[in-house]
Design a protein around this ligand. Structure first.
Ligand code: NA7
Length: 529
């Protein structure tokens, strides 16, 4: 059996960078990737309208200035093919593909304490041994097929947005059911509506959604960003959300109604997450949050002609932004089209899917295709899908049955030499994703190098440090409005999943400083031998 320094699972932004750094240190690393090529999230999510809600200028690697400065993003928020093109270019430029086995899913990983090695198995019968195992498996990579009776019985075409066919799908002339109105549904529904003959949108919960304000890349903005490239990247690294936007400088509750209206007009014109970044009290004061939510609903009513449809599309059951905020392009206007029909699943729940379509409490919808925009088993799903066994043979999925526990979101007590990239307990999904990915990968790289310098072979989070971190992550979340929402952040979208708020809400800067302090302190909270 091949014996390596490291196995890296996943060839998205995380796994590629991790592999690059390990190889730069002269370490042997084998990567495995379930997809047919690099890209991770951007390899799988090819549904129409798929794009990043973070601005393209900052959604790329900061460790490759030459590529970054030369790269031309066509839009402010570029579409999936452009992002995939960028990742593929990086993989080629750094010659990373040769370290990966593609179309290969890691199925098991067990730590042999005596040998100090992980043995990793795949669905293609590979077996390799490695000192370190880095799970770079993404936060949103295990699609959630809803637990609706008869999902398999449908005779038409079924698609999950997270597993979209590579050749695309032509809905021209088709009657289509779209189930799910999170970020993905909101991005894809306007594009499906352009082709479909009839489109039925099955909404269980209206999400808070603001205009993305996407547009072709503005040449002046691009020039200005690139002229101050190094400062911008440094600012993002030490920001709350891993981006360059000014953060936390307005108290909503200090503003009169008129002042707030003017202020929100301004941020709505900027669009997307700019409607969150400035506010100190948006996620801590229910009153402040309610004022923003009320404004948001007014803006939706301005965009939807039918008042009943508008009310249906207005989010009410959770505070603004406490489920992942959605950013739309023409979503609400789509419901002004005669062939687009919202279906309120709160009033008329889906009873079953059958051979010909979707049956709700009050009627049957005959359709030719069903699009499931029903999300993912987020943050823990990919890790739990692999049979990972620690030093005493305990499976990670059982250790995490009551919710994920770890230290710094990076390491799990009882699982030596295992690192998770942007897992639960880290800021990850609350940030512009590439920034926390780089922070994690660089921290892991530094740790592995430090161990090498000392001749250490084993590192493991202590139970005490882990308990302290889990407590801190929970307390931080409980000081905000986030846990109030039935979001994928708390696992509420997966029946039976333990309800725990998984991301770390104190932001990237605080988190980075904490992780750096731990490293500077000789990896405090870890047992090293
Ligand atoms: P989300 O945000 O989890 O949204 C999934 C949607 O699917 C949401 O509207 C769900 O309603 C709906 N859903 C899930 N199961 C069902 C069933 N059984 N019946 C009806 N409707 C259902 O996933 P996305 O893919 O949109 O976005 C995931 C992330 O990707 C996003 O946040 C970005 O970070 C990128 P619910 O709200 O649970 O009532």
């Amino acid at each position: 059996m091949a014996e390596l320094d490291a196995v890296v699972v996943g060839a998205g932004f995380s796994g590629l960078y991790m592999t690059h750094l390990l190889r730069q240190r002269g370490l042997s690393a084998q990567g495995f990737e379930a997809g047919g090529d690099v890209g991770g999230t951007w390899y799988w999510n090819r549904y129409p309208g798929a794009r990043c809600d973070s601005e393209s200028l900052s959604y790329s690697y900061s460790f490759l200035p030459e590529i970054d400065l030369a790269w031309r993003w066509p839009e402010r928020y570029s579409e999936q093919p452009e992002i995939l093109k960028y990742i593929a270019h990086v993989a080629t430029a750094l010659d990373l593909r040769r370290h990966f086995r593609f179309d290969t899913r890691v199925t098991s990983a067990a730590f042999d304490g005596a040998a100090g090695l992980w043995t990793v198995g795949t669905d293609r019968d590979d077996r390799v041994a490695a000192r370190f195992l880095v799970m770079a498996t993404g936060c949103l990579s295990i699609p959630n097929w809803p637990a609706i009776d008869g999902v398999g019985a449908f005779r038409g075409d079924s698609f999950h947005t997270g597993l979209w066919p590579h050749g695309g799908v032509d809905f021209t002339g088709k009657r289509v059911a779209a189930i799910g109105t999170g970020s993905t549904g909101i991005q894809s529904i306007p594009r499906i509506a352009e082709q479909a003959d009839q489109l039925f949108v099955f909404q269980r919960t209206a999400n808070h959604c603001v205009p993305a304000q996407n547009r072709p890349m503005d040449a002046r903005t691009e020039r200005a960003y690139k002229a101050a490239w190094a400062e911008n990247r440094e600012k993002a690294r030490h920001s709350f959300a891993g981006d360059v936007a000014p953060e936390f400088y307005i108290d909503i509750m200090d503003l009169s109604d008129g002042e707030l209206e003017t202020e929100l007009d301004r941020t709505w014109a900027q669009g997307g997450f700019y409607t969150q970044y400035p506010y100190t009290d948006l996620f801590t004061s229910r009153e402040a949050n309610d004022r923003v939510a009320a404004y948001s609903r007014r803006r939706i009513r301005d965009r939807v002609n039918d008042p009943r449809a508008a009310e249906l599309l207005c989010a009410r059951d959770h505070p603004f932004g406490t489920k992942r905020l959605c950013a739309d392009t023409d979503y609400f206007e789509t419901f002004n089209e005669d062939h687009v029909h919202p279906v309120d699943l709160r009033a008329t729940p889906i009873r079953a899917i059958d051979e010909t379509g979707v049956a709700t409490a009050d009627r049957h919808y005959d359709v030719d295709a069903i699009v499931y925009a029903t999300g993912f088993n987020a943050m823990t799903g990919a890790l739990a899908s692999v049979d990972i066994r620690g030093a005493d043979g305990a499976p990670l999925r059982e250790v995490w049955a009551g919710g994920p526990v770890n230290y710094l979101g990076l390491a799990v007590a009882g699982f030596p030499n295992l690192f998770t990239v942007t897992g639960p307990g880290s800021p990850s999904v609350l940030c512009t994703m590439v920034s926390p990915i780089e922070q994690h990968v660089e921290w892991i790289d530094r740790c592995i190098a430090w161990m090498g310098d000392r001749g250490a072979t084993r590192i493991e989070a202590t139970g005490e440090a882990q308990a302290g971190w889990v407590r801190h992550v929970n307390e931080a979340a409980d000081a905000t409005l986030f846990p109030e929402a039935d979001s994928w952040y708390v696992g509420a979208n997966i029946p039976g999943k333990a309800r725990v708020f998984m991301p770390y809400v104190n932001g990237l800067k605080v988190y980075r400083d904490t992780c750096d302090a731990v490293a500077d302190d000789g990896y405090a909270g870890f047992a090293v031998s």
